[in-house]
Ligand binder design. Sequence first.
Ligand code: DHB
Ligand code: FE
Length: 280
Amino acid sequence: MAKIIAGLTTSHIPAIGNAIASGLEQDEYWKRFFDGYEPVKKWLDEVKPDLAIVVYNDHGLNFFLNQVPTFAMGCADQYQNADEGWGIPLLQPFEGDAAFSWHVAESLINQGVDMCTCQEMLVDHGFTVPMQLFWRHHDNWPVKTLPFAVNTVQHPLTSAKRCFQVGQALRQAVESYPEDMKVVIIGTGGLSHQLQGERSGLIDVEYDVACINSVIDNPEWLYNQSNTEIMEKAGTEGIEVIMWMVMRGALPEKVNVLHKHYHAPISNTGAGVLLLTPAE
Ligand code: DHB
Ligand code: FE
């Protein structure tokens, strides 16, 4: 049987991809941020998951504003990446697992989560930067992937609560797959940031830390907030944090915290990392 062995979270800021391309990891600005990933990389190398479900939002690459699904997932054996405008160099394509994806899609739809399925899907920095943060030290990507896109760009948006419920359905979808597979689920995006308008540059460290702590053992605190409440605190793009709730919903009520890290600012964003494993 397939099993979700861990939930990870990370911000997905494009400047990270460019810092990696320019070899800046040890620079003063970046060092503490990148150091925050080392324990997670080590753990992943020890447990060697087979597949990563990467919950991210497309930023206008695969879905432009003329057609934006609320929840979409890749159902392909390979995903190419492309630069949606930040100048991040292209990476090796990512391996998918179409048979696994179709199982997950069918299970989700049977549970009432009406997915958009994509047999072709270009992935952007929301997906590639987390993959780099966890696995760039390998010559080839050591995990298969399932890109899981949540619209956090074009209003009306889904809610944190709905994301949590989708995560719960995802767990059932994964854990009903008959093949033995170790799966990790990665919630990306956030934490607080706003890239435009009067409040551009906004970061709320206190709210970010509260979000991280809520994701660990009190997800209700976050998922009972409306999108307006979240954006008031976290900024308009800070709404990306709702994707952390998909990850959290896919884990049981009790989790072990294997790693927790926060660093602000990175570019315009408060950057958080979590590694959680099921305690039940
Ligand atoms: C930044 C953060 C994001 O999540 C994003 O999608 C683009 C830019 C930033 O902090 O610069
Ligand atoms: Fe983003």
